[in-house]
Design a protein around this ligand. Structure first.
Ligand SMILES: CC(C)(COP(=O)(O)OP(=O)(O)OC[C@H]1O[C@@H](n2cnc3c(N)ncnc32)[C@H](O)[C@@H]1OP(=O)(O)O)[C@@H](O)C(=O)NCCC(=O)NCCS
Length: 152
């Protein structure tokens, strides 16, 4: 449901979603204070549409407008034979928040993964992102790993 009480549809991306997706993507980057080069955004969009790429997205749409997205990477692992899904980016448009769309987007990945035989779905966020963490804790408690990230 959106804040206006309308149901949001969770679906695969289509080529003509690009402008709408770029609006969400820009909001997401702004949330993180990030300013990625255009070449990176263009490559991400190409990968989202490329069925051979391990990157894939799911969109929440309401009245034909995108109101939320997940962008994910399906990868192999060493501790499991079945694929592992990394939920890299989750964003709901500010005007659509607090109406269950974030929850529906994660539930959608849980359903997809169950149907397709993935072994795990994982994600991380900043310790201080209380809104996101409240949502995440509805699915699973955070573990006690911390992240090391060396930029090359
Ligand atoms: C985090 C985010 C995706 C949540 O999306 P959302 O559609 O608002 O989330 P939902 O409406 O599904 O909320 C689900 C739960 O989160 C909590 N929550 C979310 N937004 C809230 C708000 N503004 N105030 C209070 N609680 C909130 C609630 O506990 C709610 O659970 P409940 O209804 O059972 O109490 C959204 O706020 C967002 O895009 N934030 C900016 C980007 C970001 O932080 N991304 C995730 C980190 S990578």
């Amino acid at each position: 449901m959106t804040a206006a009480g309308k149901p949001a549809l969770i679906r695969d991306p289509a080529a003509d979603d690009e402008a709408d997706w770029r609006r969400l993507w820009a909001g997401y980057l702004a949330f993180y204070g990030e300013d990625l080069p255009e070449a990176v955004t263009a490559a991400t969009w190409r990968r989202i549409l490329d069925p051979a790429s391990p990157v894939f997205a799911r969109f929440a749409a309401c009245d034909g407008t995108l109101v939320g997205m997940t962008v994910n990477v399906l990868h192999e692992g060493t501790w499991t034979v079945a694929p592992v899904c990394y939920l890299e980016d989750l964003f709901v448009a500010p005007e659509a928040r607090g109406a269950g769309i974030g929850r529906a987007l994660i539930a959608d990945l849980v359903d997809l993964g169950t149907m397709r035989g993935w072994s795990r779905l994982y994600w991380h966020t900043k310790l201080g992102n209380a809104e996101a963490r409240r949502l995440y804790e509805r699915f699973v408690a955070a573990d006690d790993f911390c992240r090391y990230r060396l930029v090359l």
